[in-house]
Design a protein around this ligand. Sequence first.
Ligand code: NAD
Ligand code: LMR
Length: 387
Amino acid sequence: SSVLRSVKTLAKPAGARGYSSESVPDRKVAVLGAAGGIGQPLALLMKLNPLVSRLALYDIANTPGVAADVGHINTRSEVAGYMGNDQLGQALEDSDVVIIPAGVPRKPGMTRDDLFNINAGIVKDLCSAIAKYCPNAIVNMISNPVNSTVPIAAEVFKKAGTYNEKKLFGVTTLDVVRAKTFYAGKANVNVAEVNVPVVGGHAGITILPLFSQATPKANLADEDIKALTKRTQDGGTEVVEAKAGKGSATLSMAYAGAIFADACLKGLNGVPDVVECSFVQSTVTELPFFASKLVLLSLLCGSYAGAIFADACLKGLNGVPDVVECSFVQSTVTELPFFASKVRLGKNGVEEVLGLGPLSDFEQEGLEKLKPELKASIEKGVKFANA
Ligand code: NAD
Ligand code: LMR
């Protein structure tokens, strides 16, 4: 993995990491919730990443100790700790990437949605500060329930007038990490070579691993695929139960978070073909085109038109205000405005949301099943943010 490669290349100059240019751009990464179970190992892994030049560690408590500790590691980035709301602005200023693992984790018997009441408010406040202090930053949302916290973040940014759908990501990398590990074990292939897309959301059945697209190919029985799917969907619960009240996944999550942040940094730096799965604003579900009312603006009106519609288009082009017609256009007015799938990352964040590809009957069934739950979680987040 790139993180492990980073560890191995620590002693080399930053420019030696596959970049054509000698100098690696300065990049500031902020971790919000940096003193937590995920935050601490994630701070460590980001300190090991040579793409980071400044690392801001923010939490409501204990960050001076974490920052002092991590700051002694002899790698590129400068480290600073920030504690409490008064220092949040300073922590965020000039950030290129903000990673959010702030909030409470699950205990046995809880669903991720049970965390909503506490974490929704935490995420809302942190995102308000992001809108104020680093509105152009890429946001990596780890706090659960991701299916709702990402829509909350989007609404907060929309209200602040800073929303850029290309820069908001729900981190679902841990689902991919798990799917790869479990698949490699069952298929008896080298785990380092395994790729498995995981789409949908990040909770229970909304996590949909596409083992039919897994590589290297292995002819696993349907029963094995079902079991692997279930284990991936229940991976978080497996850890919560094993930790028996002492929290949820932290170390594997820090690893997954570091992989995803590294991909975002590479994309920002112009490295080509950086593709990771993530929960983003999306139109990849079944209704990528949808007829709805639209306000015609300059080039938006390049659709089929009869005489009336063409006239409306011409009016729009000519700058006539409030020209509204129904038309069938590419749209986000589908039932699932957010969806995890493969995303190509680039200088502006999301470069392209990749389609789902061919699904097996079992996966197609899983996709239909997950929609109502994912839709409800998204709507819950939107409603909370607008309350
Ligand atoms: P933790 O309790 O160990 O750490 C959370 C940290 O957040 C604490 O240090 C706490 O002080 C801090 N915090 C609380 N309110 C804050 C605020 N307003 N501003 C800044 N920091 C604040 O929990 P954890 O195990 O690190 O998990 C954190 C979150 O990540 C949980 O919601 C958990 O469910 C989620 N999680 C997500 C994934 C995923 O795949 N996306 C995986 C694992 C855990
Ligand atoms: C995970 O998948 O491990 C996280 O979402 C934490 C959890 O509550 O399961």
